[in-house]
Structures are given as structure tokens and as C-alpha cells.
Design a protein around this ligand. Structure first.
Ligand code: FNR
Length: 187
């Protein structure tokens, strides 16, 4: 069997008990052998400042390199005030520059939004998709994944314990594996 596809997982929350991060861990465990998921940490990324692109901070360089190495991108985002958290948008901006050298370009992606709210963070999910379209990230259209009421889905150890949601998550990551094979650069 060939090497698994390297999937860079971007989680739009810095919170210790983040439900988005717990979901990323669940997707990693449910993923088929053709995918290897790894969370890319965003905490060290300072605010994007175009003046710094002449001599970018080391965490920007490491982040851009990590994204360039990836075969595919999986985004998990909460919703903050009906949009994506600022730190996630900041990471997207850092990866997109310098102009003409975007690390995101052409890599297949997918979005799952996770919130304690009842509407599945639809607003954040679609604001994020807007940026991903612009960045030429072919983003899986279906199945969509707007996950609400997240606090009821995980057990005390942080495992995804809701059986119906495990099936939904499993279908999502299986579909993503197919999407990645269609769109990943041939190696
Ligand atoms: C929120 N939250 C929230 N939820 C939602 O469904 N729609 C929203 O617009 C907002 N707005 C919002 C703003 C701010 C500043 C915070 C801190 C929170 C709730 C949020 O989605 C919820 O706390 C998620 O659980 C956060 O994701 P993690 O940290 O659990 O991954």
C-alpha cells in the first residue's frame, strides 16, 4: 500500500477543552488508512503584518512549510459572532502570503464546524468556505458538517461517545478520503 496522505488539520480554537479539537481527534481515529491526520498548532502565530514578510518570524516560516508539505487540509472551526475566530483567519492570512506564494494553493480541503450552539456554526463554516474558494482550495461540497450541541457529544475522557455522531463523523472522513484521492497532486 502507498503512503497515507498527509492531512494538516487546522483547529480554530485555542481552548484547552475545545470541542473542535476533540472532534479532530475523533476524525483522526475514524479515518481510513489512506489518510494520516495531524493537528497543526496555531498558538505561536503572531498577528499578520505585511511589513514582516521581508524577514518573517520563525513560527510563520514553520507554519507555511508545514502547510506546503501537506497533501490535504481539514479545517475544524467554532463560530465566534457568526464568523470564524480571528486566530483562524490570521493563520489563513499568514499561509496565503507572500503574494503569489500561497502555501494553500490547490490542496484539497474540507470544513467541519462545531459549536455548543444549536445552529451548527453555519455562519463560520460558510465564511471559511469563502476564503478557501479564493485560495484555490478545492473544498468538499458534500457531506456538509454543521455540528451543534457539541457539549452533549463527548464523554468525560473527551471521546466522541454519541453513536449517531460517530456515524456522521465516519461518513464525513470517508468521503473526504475519496475527495482527497480525486484532487491531491499525483506523486
Ligand atoms: C461564541 N460561541 C458562539 N457559538 C455559536 O454557535 N455562534 C456564535 O456566533 C458564537 N459566538 C461566540 C463568540 C465568542 C467570542 C465565543 C468565545 C464563543 C460559542 C462557541 O461556538 C463555543 O464556545 C464553542 O464550543 C467554541 O469552540 P471550542 O473552543 O469548544 O472548539
Amino acid at each position: 500500500m502507498s503512503n497515507p496522505r498527509d492531512v494538516a488539520v487546522i483547529v480554530g480554537s485555542l481552548r484547552k477543552g475545545s470541542f473542535n479539537r476533540l472532534m479532530a481527534n475523533a476524525l483522526s481515529a475514524l479515518a481510513p488508512a489512506s489518510l494520516k491526520l495531524e493537528i497543526v498548532e496555531l498558538r505561536e502565530l503572531s498577528m499578520y503584518d505585511q511589513d514582516l514578510d521581508e524577514k518573517p518570524p520563525q513560527p510563520w516560516v514553520a507554519f507555511r512549510d508545514r502547510i506546503r508539505r501537506a497533501d490535504a487540509l481539514l479545517f475544524l472551526t467554532p463560530e465566534y459572532n457568526r464568523s470564524v475566530p480571528g486566530m483562524l483567519k490570521n493563520a489563513i492570512d499568514i499561509g496565503s502570503r507572500p503574494y503569489g506564494k500561497s502555501a494553500w494553493n490547490g490542496k484539497p480541503g474540507a470544513v467541519m464546524s462545531v459549536t455548543v450552539g444549536g445552529q451548527g456554526a453555519f455562519g463560520a463554516n460558510h465564511h471559511l468556505r469563502q476564503s478557501l474558494m479564493y485560495l484555490n482550495i478545492p473544498t468538499m461540497p458534500q457531506p456538509e458538517a454543521y455540528i451543534g450541541n457539541a457539549a452533549s457529544l463527548f464523554d468525560a475522557t473527551g471521546a466522541l461517545s454519541d453513536e449517531k455522531m460517530r456515524e456522521t463523523a465516519s461518513r464525513f472522513i470517508q468521503a473526504f478520503a475519496v475527495w482527497v484521492e480525486i484532487h491531491a497532486k499525483k506523486s
